[in-house]
Design a protein around this ligand. Structure first.
Ligand code: XUL
Ligand code: CO
Length: 437
């Protein structure tokens, strides 16, 4: 018997747009150059361990449906170690060069923190071996501070100091194993760092505690010599009624208030942007404007369902917009596109995990090529540059340089008269973008 988990599924190849083979890439051609980088180096695709390997595909009304024949269903360390090799076979067959994990997705939680740490070390031994054997790398690690009952009222923002202490100890270990595995980043998603009701909540104290935990993490990062990037992942709600890291702007404001700008960037997730009432392009542009775009959790929501459905992204227009923002900002440094997405409960067979990743990788390949073509054409950026050209000389330049105040602008306007204002040409620009899709 083969010890492969997916014996029927070959390594997925690029076969081009005319291929009828659903287990092939139609657009993602890893080594094809787009501008000065290969597709794989632009996109830096990553598998989310928690969804691809651990999601049972349950919903609030029904049990998990996922068929995962390699998994014995137990919470043993041996099962977790076996699963590592399944994950790496899966990533190799798809050409995914990165993965992301929470401490508790890869290894079972024990009865004490010491036991949890031992379990984690035993699985990290396997992850380290598998990384060496395959060349697959860790994009980022994180600590799961939201599943265990102790975190029901928050982790760093729990009203109970001992819970804060436990969280800090858990983050310390997760950071150390991320460092050991050569992770390029470390993410903080504040799953329960918010409130369910304001009747029992001291916001000022809680938010200060969150900043304290992050400052301790920054200090520990320096102490152990971890050179990866730190990210905060915004999300406005779910499971809490309100999460403090609600969107990119709120996170940036929090970082500025607590002197943490420059220490943490943002890991933006498409479905979280939607839940915040923003487009993903908005979130990306806000982060880029503050030099704080770190990484992306690529998925999509459903306009008709109000929660975080974490679907695999297949919308080429959305991917084009994301790639435009990304390329314009100079591309990923240590971040990547992590598929924080799950197959539908109805898509319960192992092969569905392949279809899902193939579709999204092809979608982003198309988005990348389209965005590159738009930027190479130049008309879009030229329009935007021209729109602001009155700031490049004359009175605009003097205002930007801080050389004039109200008095000068009053006398300028007395002599200049009514300003000349031109059309924003929204429809023309929308048509221009569509010409490339
Ligand atoms: C939850 C979510 C998390 C983070 C990591 O909505 O996105 O999986 O990405 O904790
Ligand atoms: Co996420």
């Amino acid at each position: 018997m083969s010890n492969e988990a997916f014996p029927e599924i070959p390594t997925i190849q690029f076969e081009g747009a005319d291929s009828k083979n659903p287990l092939s890439f139609k657009h993602y051609n890893a080594d094809e150059m787009v501008g000065d980088k290969s597709m794989k180096d632009h996109l830096r695709f990553s598998m989310a361990y928690w969804h691809a390997m651990r999601n049972p595909l349950a919903d609030p009304f029904g049990v998990g449906t996922a068929e995962r024949p390699w998994d014995d269903g137990s919470d043993s360390v041996e099962n977790a170690q076996r699963r590592v090799w399944v994950a790496f076979e899966f990533m190799q067959k798809l050409g995914l060069e990165y993965y992301c994990f929470h401490d508790r997705d890869v290894a079972p939680e024990g009865a004490t923190l010491e036991e949890s740490n031992r379990n984690l070390d035993a699985v990290v031994d396997e992850l380290e071996k598998a990384q060496k054997e395959t060349g697959i790398k860790l994009l980022w690690g994180t600590a799961c501070l939201f599943v265990n009952k102790r975190y029901n009222q928050g982790a760093a923002t729990s009203p109970f100091a001992d819970v804060f202490a436990y969280s800090a100890a858990q983050v310390k270990k997760a950071l150390e194993v991320t460092h050991r595995l050569g992770g390029e980043g470390y993410t903080f998603w504040g799953g329960r760092e918010g409130y369910s009701t304001l009747w029992n909540t001291d916001i000022k104290r809680e938010v200060n505690h969150l900043a304290l935990l992050l400052k301790m993490a920054v200090a520990h990062k320096k102490k152990i010599g971890f050179t990866g990037d730190f990210y905060i992942e915004p999300k406005p709600k779910e499971p809490t009624t309100h999460q403090y890291d609600s969107d990119a702007a709120a996170c940036l404001n929090f970082l500025r208030e607590h002197d943490l700008m420059g220490e943490l960037k943002l890991n933006l997730e498409t479905n979280h942007a939607t839940l915040a009432g923003h487009s993903m392009m908005h979130e990306m542009e806000v982060a880029i404007a503050a030099d704080s775009l770190g990484s992306v959790d690529a998925n999509t929501g459903d306009e008709l369902i109000g929660w975080d459905t974490d679907q695999f992204p297949t919308d080429i227009y959305l991917a084009t917009k994301m790639m435009l923002s990304l390329l314009k900002s100079g591309g990923f440094d240590k971040g990547g596109l992590n598929f924080d997405a799950k197959v539908r409960r109805e898509s319960f067979e192992p092969v569905d995990l392949f279809h899902a990743h193939i579709g999204s990788m092809d979608t982003f390949a198309r988005g990348l090529k389209t965005a590159h073509a738009i930027l190479a054409d130049g008309r879009w950026q030229d329009f935007v540059k021209q729109r602001y050209s009155t700031w490049d000389s004359g009175i605009g330049k003097r205002i930007e340089n801080g050389e004039v105040g109200f008095e000068e602008l009053e006398s300028y306007t007395f002599s200049n008269g009514e300003p000349s204002v031109k059309s924003g040409r929204q429809e023309m620009l929308e048509n221009l973008i569509n010409d490339f899709i």
